[in-house]
Design a protein around this ligand. Sequence first.
Ligand SMILES: [Zn+2]
Length: 114
Amino acid sequence: MDNATLTELRERLLSLKQEITIRIKENAEKVNNIQIKGDEGDFSNAVYSREILYDLIEKDRSHLKDIEEALYNIERGTYGKCHRCGKEIEIERMKAKPTAKYCIKCRAIVESGR
Ligand SMILES: [Zn+2]
């Protein structure tokens, strides 16, 4: 991967990280602000909203973990290499998904193994 692309992807990862960190904080605050009281209808609505927020937070946290891993790999100089076969991941794929861990071929194998 050339330096310009690496710098570009690193910038994108950093701003994504910031964005997600803020969103997690906001959603966590929303969870705290949901009042679980009132009649049965209000109660289930509140529980439902909380479930949705927990879900969002969970997804964001796992995304954040991927971003941190990618940034760590940039530091180590292993960024952009497939975690399975060790070859360079297609540059177009990295641009579309800067946290990609597998090349297209390995991704298909990993996913079919689930
Ligand atoms: Zn691979």
